[in-house]
Write a protein that binds this ligand. Sequence first.
Ligand SMILES: NC(=O)c1ccc[n+]([C@@H]2O[C@H](COP(=O)([O-])OP(=O)(O)OC[C@H]3O[C@@H](n4cnc5c(N)ncnc54)[C@H](O)[C@@H]3O)[C@@H](O)[C@H]2O)c1
Length: 365
Amino acid sequence: MSNQGPVKTAIIGSQFEADIHAFSLTSVPDAAELVAVASPTPGHAAELAKKYNIPRVFTDYKKMLAEKDIEMVTIAAPNYLHAQMTIDIAAAGKHVVCEKPLCMTLEEADEMIDTCQRQGVLLMYAEELFFTPKYVKAKEMADQGAFGRVYMVKQCEKHFGPHAPWFWDVEKSGGGVFMDMGCHGIAFCWWFLGRPEIKNVFCQMATYVHTDKTKGEDNCLCIIEFENNAVGLIENSWARRGGMEDRIEVYGEAGLTYADLHMGNALPTYSEPGYGYAVEKAPTTKGWTYPVFEELWNYGFPQEMRHFARCVRGKEEPQATGRDGRVVQQVLYAGYHSAATGEKIPLPFEARNVKTPIELWLDVR
Ligand SMILES: NC(=O)c1ccc[n+]([C@@H]2O[C@H](COP(=O)([O-])OP(=O)(O)OC[C@H]3O[C@@H](n4cnc5c(N)ncnc54)[C@H](O)[C@@H]3O)[C@@H](O)[C@H]2O)c1
């Protein structure tokens, strides 16, 4: 296996997220070379291959894993397949990039982490919010002290529901909107606050609009209390009309910032102490300012893939790993259990032998 130059990468899946992976990987040719794609529906992988000039096409991902030169494989397949795919990729000696949520159960998370460790390959968790320029800028400012001690972080992600049928089938997805998009908010709040211990989780959820389509919840509010005396507030909906919403709010003793990925091109920011850089020729960084971010890479997907490829080359330390995914999984379990019982659930909460996180809510409801 060559160990210099762009990392030879393959994708499992050919639809929504696979297209994002293909776009991202081909946007960072210094770091990655997209050499193969596998997807079971005849013609689908070939279509993606044509769009992005991917030379090798497979309908069976296991055949693709036999290709010796492939070094890194990204998983853009439904949630219930993540664990087995990760184990197969690791067994083939290749580094893994796994889409969110990491998997269905904590047992799977442990097996994924252990297998990758044993095989000496990286398990990288594709949480792009760690790379979203606007959100990264907010974290840099917080870390510079722009807001003083941060006591509350909020992340909202909402739309009117996912594009593919498997998301609505809780046996395949593991849950409703909390599992699908709450995983972003949980990871985000935890990462933003510097990965503090989680004290407890409280959730309210219900299926308000899509009872005909799914057993999963389509609206969820989640509160996470952290050991450092900060709180995370996560709002998710598959019931929101009007398109996609993805935004954060950060509150500290000395300031605050809002970041809206879709409705604005800058971060309206208030800071008493000031911070490093707002925008070219800005006279000050104190009070209300409008710091810039990179428009084209607004979500951070190409940056994320570039980072993962560089990790494979040992040029960077992984910033999003299976361990992050496992923490998220624990909060998902606790959140579903909280919604079922109406109680705050202290962590660690490690229910065993559930097949899907949502069972902890559905079985008690
Ligand atoms: N990071 C994000 O913001 C984000 C956004 C969307 C989706 N996702 C995640 O990406 C993953 C895929 O979601 P999607 O929206 O692309 O779904 P999708 O339904 O659009 O695509 C799923 C793909 O998986 C393939 N697939 C199914 N079974 C397979 C198998 N046995 N072997 C190989 N491929 C198989 C399908 O053929 C299809 O190409 C999910 O885990 C989802 O949560 C992440």
